[in-house]
Structure formats: C-alpha cells, structure tokens
Design a binder for this molecule. Structure first.
Ligand SMILES: [Ca+2]
Ligand SMILES: [Ca+2]
Ligand SMILES: [Ca+2]
Length: 286
C-alpha cells in the first residue's frame, strides 16, 4: 500500500503536534494550532481533493480534472489572485490547507507527500489532471505550454515528480487531524511561499497547484493513508500573524524503502521516531 511515491531518501516532518517547518525550498509551513493572528481571514478554496482512496492526488485546473478532484470547487489561478502576507518583514504568497479525515480510531492520520506550484504562460485547457495515485500528471505537464515550477515540497528534476527517478529529495509531512483539525472550511495548515519565488511572473500567467496525500502509508504503527473527507487548498488573506508555533519541527530521514516495503518503513521509523523530538524555541515571531 505504501510507497506509491516512495523514493530513495525520504525526509519526514512529524506535524502530528503543532509546529513550524522551515522548508528547504524557502517556504514556511506551520499549523494553525499554536499560531496567533489578527484580522478577518478568508479562505478562498481552489483545489478540492475528495476521495476515499488511500493514496489520492489532484491538480487545480479549470480544465479537465483528475478522478479525485471536485471540479466545481477547483480552478486555475491567475497571478493577481494570489494574496500576499508579510511575516517578519518577508513577503509570502499565502495558502492554507484544510484537512478532513475520518475521526474513527486510527484514521485521523494523513500524509502530505507532494505539493508543486506551477506557473504557465497558457491555460491548461483540457489537459487531464492526475489520477488518484499520482499517475497521469505527465499528461498535464507535457501539454501545458510554458510550464515551470515555482515551488515544491520535494526537490525534483523536470516537471513531473511522479516520473521515475525525478525526485532527488523526497519530503513528506505527517499530520494528525485529531490534534490539528479545526473543522471544515478553515485552514489547519498554512503554507507561505516566498514572493521571491514568483520573480518574473506576469499578470497574465496561470498557476496550478498539484498535491498528493496518503503515500507514506504506515509509519511507526500509524496509518497515514487518506480516508473519508476532502482535502482542500485555498488562498489565505486578511490575516496578520502575531506569533508562529514555538516548536520548530526538524526533519528526520526515513531510510530507503522499496515499493513493497511498507512494513520496512514502519520498523525503520521506530528508531527515528524515538529521536525525533529535537524541539527548540522558534526564532521567528511576527
Ligand atoms: Ca487517514
Ligand atoms: Ca514527497
Ligand atoms: Ca481525507
């Protein structure tokens, strides 16, 4: 089950408790829990992935969406639609992630395996989005003209992180919605991508966000596959963050896993898990 998109080296971030990630590719990822903000925030949803598939993925296009995406709640974004938020004097394009998982025993956990924000000079039109397990993303990436990667959770070559051998560093975020969940329609997680990553963007450019959930499978006995309830990405605006979570979440390496090594991930992660809490006081406050 696990390992649909497991790569040679997986960097895991344990976000089952509130905390802040300083992503290697320049973004801030932090939980709403443990965060203080002021203002009247809005969450402008533009990608809804709604399935019970253990691994699920989608891309935000106004064209033909993938099987797990709710088209009526999903749309291509233009540059002017992407709001900015200033945190500690740095300007970010600000996004939120609303996680919805079954709260039945053992089902509240979910992994976020991939996030890629693309920029294109043309609309994707009818290019079909990816299938549930992340395959068929190449249909989108190969037919959308002028496509480039603005930001990604992972490091990869080319345009398609689901392509064999593309990922050079695989990061995965592990969430527990029983701890972090704030209900439907509001962000549980904030994703702040530095505005500097958007250098050169034109007002007429189009933006597409790809996300994949559930691929971590079983880690330390917890099942991070997707279960009932939709996952949604939205634009976050109107918030001033007065503090961020005080816990910095450090990355930990999960050793190599073969595609059939879900059990191996669990065993290897046991040692990693015991040593994972290397918290320190956050140096970033707004
Ligand atoms: Ca789950
Ligand atoms: Ca990943
Ligand atoms: Ca779900």
């Amino acid at each position: 089950m696990a390992g649909n998109w497991a790569y040679a080296q997986t960097i895991a971030y344990d976000v089952t408790q509130p905390g802040l990630i300083q992503n290697a590719n320049g973004a801030l990822v932090f939980t709403a829990s443990g965060t203080s903000s002021s203002g009247t925030g809005t969450f402008g949803g533009f990608l809804t992935i709604n399935s019970n598939n253990p691994q699920t993925s989608g891309i935000s296009t106004s064209g033909t969406v993938g099987a797990d995406v709710t088209g009526a709640q999903t749309s291509t974004q233009t540059f002017s639609q992407l709001p900015t938020t200033v945190i500690n004097s740095v300007t970010y394009r600000s996004f939120g992630i609303d996680l919805n998982e079954s709260q039945a025993s053992g089902e509240s956990f979910i992994s976020l395996d991939s996030v890629v924000l693309y920029r294109a000079t043309t609309s994707s039109g009818a290019a079909a989005g990816p299938n549930a397990n992340g395959s068929n993303l190449s249909t989108f990436t190969s037919t959308t003209a002028g496509l480039s990667v603005v930001w990604s959770l992972d490091s990869f070559t080319g345009l398609d992180p689901s392509a064999t051998g593309a990922v050079t560093q695989d990061s995965v975020l592990l969430f527990d919605t029983a701890v972090l969940g704030r209900g439907s329609g509001v962000a549980d997680i904030y994703l702040m991508i530095p505005d500097s990553a958007f250098a050169g963007s034109q007002s007429g450019d189009y933006f597409y966000l790809y996300a994949a959930f559930g691929g971590a499978g079983v880690v330390n006995g917890q099942n991070y596959e997707n279960s009932g309830g939709f996952e949604e990405f939205g634009r976050v605006s109107g918030l001033t963050f007065t503090s961020l979570p005080s816990t910095i979440i450090s990355p930990s390496v999960i050793p190599e896993a073969s595609p059939s090594a879900a059990l191996g991930i669990g065993l290897a992660a046991a040692g990693w898990w015991r040593a994972r809490r290397r918290s320190q006081t956050a140096s970033i406050t707004a």
